[in-house]
Design a protein around this ligand. Structure first.
Ligand code: AMP
Length: 302
């Protein structure tokens, strides 16, 4: 089944302690769309300026991403730059320029409006709600968020939580939103705010999935070299939702598999800057790392 994805599309400049790259394809929706494209057709909703490189449009097309919902307008594309510390976990935003995003008020193409699966990647909760309100009867809606919106748009985020089926956020965001130190309490408390499922990402320590009758804990892939962690969360969420859309159903077994596929794609993505690693990724690579996850967490009956 097809998947509608909206979020930011941007040009990133990323600095680690070893390397620095500029004008990379970035944005939450870019990462999510390419990650999801390994599982299901993607309809993208977003905005870029006239300066957006044609090679990046080609990259989406190569991955079968439908661009009918992508507006290309006069002005400059959204830009973000960030720098990682040695541990590759702590990141400092150096600059952010919303540019054409400031005027973004999308009207969905008619063929997008009956999307069964929707992923609202990281943008303001007001924009996420605006897109969601144009989808007639979605079967399953997943949303991501970030600390910025918890700080400046908490009421809008709480409204959005009532309309979605699954919230994905990282551990510091879960603690911040709930003012709760225990992640287990935070996950369960988030379920009371609307979503049927909550996925808390813990970076190199994997992630936790909470549902009414479901608790699943997945490890992270034991990578030795991380080159650029940017977009790992977006890839996780894109592949997670993409796999659910491919399966066309949402039950406990499918959700567990979706969490592992999300972890697999995210682990590949951090092996290179921007979306470079995903461009050469094959179904065989995905299957073999999925199998590694299975063996790594398997144990016998008591
Ligand atoms: P992640 O590493 O998963 O947090 O995602 C990083 C991506 O989010 C980068 O490609 C940025 O372009 C994008 N990004 C950074 N800040 C924002 C923001 N305020 N709203 C939307 N996207 C953002």
């Amino acid at each position: 089944m097809s998947l509608l994805i909206t979020g930011s599309i941007g040009l990133d400049s990323v600095k680690t302690q070893l390397e620095e790259h500029h004008d990379l394809l970035g944005g939450s929706a870019s990462y999510a769309a390419i990650a999801a494209s390994f599982f299901t057709p993607v309809n993208l909703v977003g905005i870029v300026g006239e300066d957006f490189p044609k090679k990046y449009l080609e990259l989406y097309r190569k991955h079968g991403v439908n661009l009918d919902g992508l507006e290309i307008v006069a002005g400059k594309t959204f830009r973000w730059s960030g720098e990682y510390e040695w541990n590759m976990n702590n990141r400092r935003t150096l600059s952010i320029a919303l540019n054409v995003f400031e005027k973004f008020n999308p009207t969905l193409p008619a063929q997008y409006r009956n999307a069964p699966f929707v992923f609202l990647a990281n943008i303001s909760p007001q924009l996420q709600m605006h897109v969601l309100s144009q989808v007639s009867k979605p079967k399953f809606v997943v949303a991501d968020t970030m600390d910025l919106w918890i700080n400046i748009a908490k009421d809008a985020l709480l409204e959005l939580l009532k309309k979605i089926d699954c919230l994905i956020l990282n551990e510091s965001e879960a603690r911040e939103l709930l003012k709760e130190t225990s992640l287990i309490k935070a996950g369960r408390a988030l379920l009371k705010l609307g979503p049927k499922y909550v996925c808390i990402k813990k970076g190199e320590h994997g992630c936790l999935l909470f549902g009414k009758d479901l608790f699943f804990s997945a490890p992270a892939y034991p990578l030795e070299d991380i080159h650029d962690p940017t977009g790992a969360g977006d890839c996780f969420a894109g592949a997670f939702t993409g796999y659910l859309a491919k399966a066309g159903k949402v039950d406990a077994d499918t959700l567990r598999k979706a969490v592992i596929y999300g972890s697999v794609i995210a682990s590949f993505n951090v092996e290179a800057f921007s979306l470079k690693r995903l461009q050469t990724l094959t179904p065989a690579d995905i299957a073999s790392r999925y199998e590694f996850f299975r063996q790594m967490s398997h144990f016998e009956l008591h």
